[in-house]
Write a protein that binds this ligand. Structure first.
Ligand SMILES: [Zn+2]
Length: 192
């Protein structure tokens, strides 16, 4: 895993691509939750689920399909007030899905453990990207207060926080760029 702080920050960054919409705060909140939730699968270590099994750590819960299922569930449950606005619902679902998928993407850049089962349930293989500069994060907060913890923090600052910050600042500058304008124009047309 990358640390929960990095997962949450990237989810915030995903939301920034689509900033300035009325349900932004709610969307950020649930995006952060969904970006952290996949690591609840570490409970498998305690109850004897093998790491390499589909329900082991970085298995099904880190897949694209599971991410989209979580996003659909949250959209259906917590964004009911937008049910009339199909395009806005789709926007929320897309943001939540990308936030959840970003978890597996970050993990696939780490240098430890098994890879990510991106394509579960169609393929249980575990994948890493060819380049994995991010130090794998320890489980538990106390482990960060060590020499290794410092290495993890530094690698995440350089390879996750810095690029995400640049992305956020860039998307903030361009919040009226063509993509954003077209996206929200489409949403407002569909819902009005
Ligand atoms: Zn993970």
């Amino acid at each position: 895993m990358a640390s929960i702080f990095s997962h949450a920050f990237v989810a915030y960054g995903v939301n920034n691509t689509f900033m300035e919409h009325p349900y932004w705060k709610r969307c950020v909140f649930f995006s952060v939750v969904l970006s952290i939730l996949p690591d609840a699968d570490v409970i498998g270590f305690l109850i004897g689920v093998p790491y390499e099994s589909p329900w082991g750590h970085r298995g099904a819960t880190h897949s694209i399909v599971f991410s989209m299922m979580m996003a659909a569930f949250v959209t259906a449950l917590f964004f009911r007030d937008y049910f009339r606005f199909k395009a806005k619902l789709l926007a929320v679902f897309t943001i939540l899905s990308l936030s959840a998928i970003s978890h597996g993407v970050l993990d696939a850049f780490t240098n430890g453990g098994l890879g990510v089962a991106f394509f579960w349930p169609f393929d249980n293989s575990r994948y890493f990207f060819p380049y994995h500069p991010v130090q794998v994060s320890p489980i538990g907060i106390s482990a960060f207060f060590s020499e290794y913890g410092l290495k993890v923090i530094l690698s995440e600052l350089v390879f996750i926080v810095l690029p995400t910050t640049i992305f956020i600042l860039d998307s903030t500058n361009k919040c009226n760029s063509n993509i954003h304008a077209a996206f929200w124009w489409f949403s407002s047309k569909k819902s009005s």
